[in-house]
Design a protein around this ligand. Structure first.
Ligand code: GLC
Length: 563
């Protein structure tokens, strides 16, 4: 039976088991220190940008140090920029001399050194490749971002670029560096379906097990997993296929001098846990500098994350997402075999016992993951009245481990939970990813079935993500109508609360909470919660253009008053 399972392993399994990887944005742009878009942003002529190669000599680059750091951080794979939008190859390419070996005094092939080191240390090596945008090449064509200061758009012959540079370089990457875990394509605007299909076929013909991300374009037709928008953490219920969030440590991808806008370590860990609890991966970025050094502050964050992963990694690697179709206020849930992991975040440490509703399975024992000898007392209840199952976990007064403590519930039988939207720690959280969307005359409506166990007053909040620089008042001018059963209220949402430590929302978005009203529920039971708003959108079929919307609806939250 065991052997059978091994045989049945598919090529995506290593990816979904890994959960945590390192993104490395490293290229010629590091020499300027203004991020990887600097050539485009400053409209730097090719001839001028090329001069950077004359002095580019990152002789502090040390593959062993990078791979060891990734390993210590608990990262299972590395995705490095083989060629970014500036068109400069960070590997020895025969297809074009514009590469780090042939045109810089450095003269070494960092991808070769990384490939050897990754093989030694058991880390999967993967390559990022900008297949459509190339500001160096006279014939690359993207639907928006082209080098129009050196080249005339109308003189471009795309297949010159595609057949003579892109395909040969992809072939080099897949034939000269051993097994490649995945190819990470990017920013594919305008690529035809035929070309993106051909690209996938080329990859698979050279390395059948090499995965391809959705940004190869025409997802979900092509691609093995979905790359979410930059820094985008999806709602629960949004995804059915494997996915990954690419995320910055500060605000930039490529090295940006003086960008010390680092996320806090505990916030990164909360995001990693949130992503894992929805069945996704986190690809966390570092941007090494001109000399080949990973910035000290980035390395420090990774070391701290690594310490936590070292103690708690079992609750992340190879786990499945939470069976509950919503987020919890106190943290998140992951699953592996007969174990349920409760991640309880420090900033949300409950003052009394933690009650988890809808937990139907008999728990055999509960203990702290980082200190298994420390058992955790618990009780289980079932009230026939409302069909409510609950598990009470007696938490110690203080957190047990830095950042986020993990409690293991060892199950005595197969896991069964109540999949209804029910109250958890005084809150019913309804993500739009799970809503039934109905098209109505001028606006759409989102609908959820909720199970309310206790009568009483509930405050209803709308959670939205607002893009930086957007003026709320001019964006949200229309009333939102919310109905629970026959009880209806309508209001123009205000920017009532700005959440600064959101678990999922990141720059360039901010999480906003708006009060929609107080609802009196005088009978426990099942209710329909329906929300009408001109901002309710149908689930996008293809990839979401994350940066596009000024304000995105995220969730509706019912909060029990007078608990
Ligand atoms: C964007 C940017 C790019 C960056 C990438 C990371 O598409 O164009 O600079 O590499 O996102 O996800």
């Amino acid at each position: 039976m065991r052997e059978l399972m091994v045989e049945n392993k598919s090529s995506i399994d290593w990816f979904t088991e890994a959960r945590f990887g390192m993104f490395i944005h490293w290229g010629l742009y590091a020499a300027i220190g203004k991020g990887e878009w600097v050539m485009y942003g400053q409209k730097k002529p090719v001839k001028e940008y090329e001069q950077l190669t004359e002095t580019f000599n990152p002789n502090l680059f040390n593959a062993k140090e990078w791979v060891s750091l990734a390993k210590r951080a608990g990262m299972k794979y590395i995705v490095i920029t083989a060629k970014h939008h500036d068109g400069f190859a960070m590997f020895h390419s025969k297809a074009d001399k514009y590469n780090i070996v042939d045109s810089t005094p450095f003269g070494r092939d960092p991808l070769k050194e990384l490939a050897e080191e990754c093989a030694k240390q058991g880390v999967k090596l993967c390559f990022y490749y900008s297949h459509v945008i190339d500001w160096h090449h006279p014939h690359s064509i993207h639907e928006h971002y082209n080098n129009t200061w050196d080249y005339q758009l109308e003189e471009k012959a795309f297949y010159n670029y595609w057949n003579r540079l892109v395909k040969p370089q992809i072939t080099e990457l897949l034939t000269q560096y051993g097994p490649v875990g995945l190819l990470w394509f990017d920013t594919s605007g305008g690529l035809s379906k035929k070309d993106s299909e051909e690209m996938v076929q080329l990859v698979k013909s050279l390395q059948p097990d090499c995965l391809v991300n959705s940004r190869v374009s025409h997802w979900p037709n092509f691609g093995d997993f979905q790359s979410k928008g930059d820094n985008e953490i999806p709602m629960s219920g949004e995804d059915t296929k494997p996915w990954e969030t690419p995320m910055t440590l500060n605000k930039s991808w490529g090295y940006y001098e003086g960008d010390d806008n680092y996320k806090f370590t505990d916030s990164i860990i909360r995001k990693l846990v949130n992503i894992t609890s929805k069945g996704g991966n986190l690809l966390l970025n570092v941007g090494p500098d001109e000399l080949g050094k990973i910035p000290v502050l980035s390395a420090e964050k990774l070391e701290e994350i690594g310490e936590w992963m070292h103690k708690n990694g079992e609750s992340i690697y190879g786990t499945k997402g939470s069976p509950f179709p919503y987020e919890f206020d106190w943290g998140a849930v992951t699953l592996k075999g007969n174990k349920v992991f409760l991640h309880i975040h420090h900033n949300k440490w409950p003052s009394g016992p933690l009650q988890i509703n809808g937990f139907k399975t008999k728990v055999h024992q509960a203990y702290v993951l980082s200190e298994p000898q420390q058992k955790i007392p618990f009780q289980q209840e079932h009230s026939d009245n409302e069909g409510l199952y609950s598990l009470h976990v007696e938490l110690p007064k203080e957190p047990l481990c830095e950042f986020s403590s993990v409690i293991v519930l060892e199950l005595a039988e197969e896991l069964k939970i109540d999949p209804a939207f029910i109250e958890q720690a005084g809150v019913i959280k309804l993500d739009f990813g799970h809503a039934k969307i109905e098209k109505e005359q001028n606006q759409n409506a989102a609908e959820w079935q909720v199970k309310i166990a206790e009568k009483g007053k509930y405050e209803v909040h709308l959670i939205t993500y607002k893009k930086a620089g957007v003026d709320w008042k001019s964006e949200l001018t229309e009333k939102v109508e919310v109905a629970i059963g026959n009880n209806v209220k309508s209001i123009v949402p205000n920017e009532d609360d700005i959440v600064t430590d959101s678990e999922t929302c990141q720059y360039p978005y901010t999480e906003i909470h708006s009060q929609l009203g107080v609802f009196e529920i005088d009978q426990p039971g099942k209710y329909t919660l329906k929300l009408h708003s001109n901002k309710v959108r149908e689930k996008p079929k293809g990839p979401e253009i994350w940066q596009a919307a000024a304000v995105k609806l995220r969730a509706v939250k019912m909060i029990k008053m007078e608990r």
